[in-house]
Design a protein around this ligand. Structure first.
Ligand code: AMP
Length: 352
């Protein structure tokens, strides 16, 4: 067990790290952020900050030497240099989870091996691969970068075979996926402790706009609730196969043929922000509890329902109106520059 008072290292300096650090502070831990950018909204609420690149092994080692455990808040950290950490501090979730989740082909292959069902897909490296993938899978479909994509970035919709000609391949590894005609989208978020205790939060129904999460609602629609058990069983298998410690998220499409796996994130997730006020223990607190070896808290819902809206770009300017409704819980992430598509904060409302 890593007792309160010790230091938790966080790789990544964004809002997820900030909310992990706030939860850790409530439990009496100190946090130290490691991120490549010069200023960090996570570091703003932490005791320590190291600016360094994710492949600088010497800097990672000296950062880890100041921490009892290191975690990460996003999955695009290179896995190999993380060996520099494990000589000094524990690393949770394991580097193996990062390796699987940071490449869309390896996550689909991994999930398929466990009995999960992604959209029909094919890896694409060349124009010939793309032509073959579109011929086999058909249109409409989505071409995605295998790595480094987030919030719908690095994605191109192929509505008809003619659209293929307009795609300029840059040599970046891609994957082509058949378009899923889903009834709704949902996520399964679980926490797993080192001794194998697994708990799930209620699954939120997620609505995206332009590839970015817009709203999460709990409870989800009946079409989702009917598929949650199967999706949870898959998520549990993924966590066990990875010997996972911490919070893990799997995103699904609810379809007439059951849950279709979309992607996984080896971390706390935007579709779980509602748990800060809406669950007895938030995803952030249980992540801290799991990586520090503390007993997990209850994931039970503490309201009849919860709605979480993201504040994207200019939405954040509405904070006076949001605060004028006393039922709203406002979270602003402290980002200075407002840009279209940038997640600036979120608002949660409980249905009591
Ligand atoms: P992703 O970054 O892969 O989660 O994609 C962002 C959003 O694009 C998803 O949440 C869906 O709304 C949509 N999307 C991604 N892949 C597919 C697919 N194969 N079929 C239908 N919609 C998709």
């Amino acid at each position: 067990m890593i007792p309160p008072g010790e230091t938790i290292g966080i790789l990544g300096g964004g809002q997820l790290g900030r909310m992990i650090a706030l939860a850790a502070a409530n439990l009496g831990y100190r946090c130290h952020v490691y991120a490549p950018e010069g200023d960090s909204i996570a570091a703003d609420v932490c005791a320590g900050f190291t600016q360094g690149s994710y492949d600088d092994e010497a800097a990672l080692a000296s950062f880890a030497a100041q921490c009892a455990v290191v975690t990460y808040e996003f999955e695009n950290v290179a896995a190999a240099p993380l060996a520099a950490i494990t000589g000094h501090a524990r690393l949770h979730p394991p580097a193996g989870a990062l390796e699987v989740a940071q490449d869309r082909v390896s996550e689909k292959t991994f999930v398929e091996a466990l009995g999960g069902r992604p959209a029909p897909w094919a890896a694409v490296d060349t124009a010939a691969d793309l032509a073959a993938a579109v011929a086999k899978i058909g249109t409409p479909g989505i071409l995605k970068t295998r790595r480094d994509g987030y919030d719908g970035k690095g994605q191109w919709r192929i509505m008809s075979p003619a659209d293929v000609d307009a795609v300029e391949l840059t040599g970046q590894p891609l994957v082509y996926e058949g378009f899923i005609n889903f009834a709704a989208e949902f996520s399964v978020i679980l926490v797993r402790s080192a001794d194998g205790d697994v708990r799930f939060w209620d699954s939120a129904e997620n609505v995206h706009k332009a590839g970015i999460l817009d709203r999460s609602t709990v409870p989800a629609a009946p079409v989702i609730l009917a598929q949650v058990e199967e999706a949870r069983a898959l998520a549990r298998k993924v966590a066990e196969a990875l010997d996972y410690v911490g919070v893990l998220t799997l995103e699904f499409f609810a379809t007439d043929a059951g849950p279709v796996f979309n992607e996984m994130a080896p971390r706390v997730h935007n579709s779980g922000h509602w748990t800060i006020e809406g669950a007895l223990t938030s995803q952030f607190e249980n992540h801290v509890r799991a990586i520090c070896g503390l007993p997990l808290g209850s994931t039970a819902l503490c309201a009849k329902g919860v709605v979480m809206d993201n504040l994207i770009g200019d939405d954040a300017h509405d904070w006076p109106a949001i605060l004028s409704d006393p039922a709203n819980h406002l979270h602003l992430y402290g980002k200075e520059a407002v840009r279209p598509g940038r997640k600036m904060g979120h608002v949660t409302r409980l249905v009591l």
